[in-house]
Design a protein around this ligand. Structure first.
Ligand code: PHE
Length: 415
């Protein structure tokens, strides 16, 4: 059975030593929540589309941005990483953080995986929505499948400088320049500043349209291998700053490699769940997968611009169970690498506990003074979205997690 190919969306992919996608995850591929009419993620996607359609047009009065929401989440490793200049040894490629079908193919970890192919196909301005997959921690705002919307806009010399007085004397590029915190080596500072201004203005307007004019936002400098300079936009929500998108001026090397060497561009990628959680006060990311009418019917508005006042489903009480184990001895692994990775454990909890698991936290770590063995204790919080759980049923799930942790992760239970 282990040698059966992985089957996704009607295609078969041979397994190899990189394969780590699980049946629970594969079952989500094709759900396309962002394309289900009146699903909250669809609603946000539609509102963003409507905003771009009505505010940005091409020379003939046509919508400037084309919209793509049906690209397969199965991509090559080259699309997800190499096409974005992510170095071969970059930590974001880790098996522990991604879902690989095999060494060559994976479930996309971000919608940026499609930037290069869409620019290569000749598009100058596009939006792209889709499901993305990442192995990650478990809590109310993280889920291994979520949705992003990517935006890209390119500018020719004429498009960028036409509004500037005597702009025809300016140029996008300069020779012999240096990379600084503000710009890439080949870009002129005046061009970058205009692109950055347009990017920030576009996103500030989008956020004001979605949240209302008095939403508090801030820009934070950050780093992505495929943009420079790069920024994150944070929105204030219930007293905390919440990151909703990453963006920046596209790396020229990327544009050059796909035939857009005479243009500059910006790109952004925003998290649809994050936006929806803030906008509709949705308390838990698992709710997006709910088929409960009490949740879904609240988003069936007459008009997509109409505000939704979300009534949180009453939260049923949580139940927690702890699990402690000794980690496998590092001395035992051939290459001295860590043989236990936290995401393997989270994955195992998810694959057994499914959506009953709300949160997993490390609550204690301990090294035995004599033997040097390391032990960890995790707390697993169980909560059902639609009913109260009993310790009997949770106990069964929890014991299965204990057994499988021993069988699959090489840990030794202290149960
Ligand atoms: N792909 C990045 C992420 O998922 C976001 C991003 C998109 C950043 C486009 C810059 C440009 O975090």
């Amino acid at each position: 059975i282990g040698q059966q190919p992985v089957e996704v969306l009607g295609h078969r992919y041979p397994r190899d030593d990189f394969t780590n996608v699980t049946p629970k995850i594969l079952a989500k591929v094709g759900r396309n929540l962002h394309n289900q009419p009146y699903h909250p993620l669809w609603l946000i996607k539609e509102r963003i589309k409507a905003h771009f359609y009505s505010n940005y047009y091409g020379p003939g009065g046509n919508p400037l941005f084309s919209v793509h929401d049906n690209l397969s989440p199965v991509v090559t490793v080259e699309q997800n990483f190499d096409s974005l200049l992510i170095p071969p040894d970059h930590s974001s490629r880790k098996r522990g953080d991604n879902y690989y079908l095999n060494r060559k193919t994976m479930l996309r970890a971000h919608t940026s995986a499609h930037q290069a192919e869409l620019v290569r196909s000749g598009l100058d301005a596009f939006l792209l929505a889709g499901d993305v997959y990442r192995r990650d921690e478990i809590d109310a705002s993280h889920y291994p499948v979520f949705h992003q919307m990517e935006g890209v806009r390119l500018f020719s010399n004429h498009q960028l400088f036409s509004k500037v007085h005597n702009g025809e004397d300016l140029s996008l590029f300069e020779r012999g320049g240096r990379r600084t915190p503000q710009k890439q080596e080949t870009h002129s500072l005046e061009a970058v500043k205009l692109v950055e201004f347009d990017l920030k203005q576009t996103l500030t307007r989008l956020v004001a349209y979605l949240f209302g004019a008095d939403v508090e936002v801030r820009w934070v400098d950050c780093y992505f291998p495929f943009t420079h300079p790069s920024f994150e936009l944070e929105v204030r929500f219930q007293g905390n700053w919440m990151e909703v998108l990453g963006c920046g001026v596209m790396e020229q090397e990327l544009l050059n490699s796909v035939g857009a060497q005479n243009k500059l561009g910006w790109a952004f990628g925003l998290g649809l769940e994050r936006l929806a959680m803030v906008l509709y006060s949705i308390p838990d990311i698992r709710l997006f997968w709910s088929e409960d009418e009490r949740f879904l019917k609240q988003f069936r508005v007459q008009d997509i611009h109409q505000p939704v006042s979300f009534q949180a489903l009453s939260k049923y009480p949580p139940l927690h169970n702890d699990i402690s184990f000794w980690l496998p001895d590092t001395k035992d692994s051939q290459d001295g690498s860590e043989s236990f990775t936290e995401n393997d454990f989270y994955e195992l909890v998810r694959s057994i506990g499914g959506d009953l698991v709300e949160k997993v936290t490390l609550i204690d770590e301990f090294t035995h003074p004599k033997t040097g063995r390391r032990s960890r204790c995790y707390r697993v919080v169980y909560r059902h979205m639609e009913r109260t759980l009993t310790q009997e049923e949770v106990g069964l799930v929890h014991q299965q997690i204990e057994r499988m942790a021993e069988a699959e992760l090489g840990v030794q239970g202290r149960y």
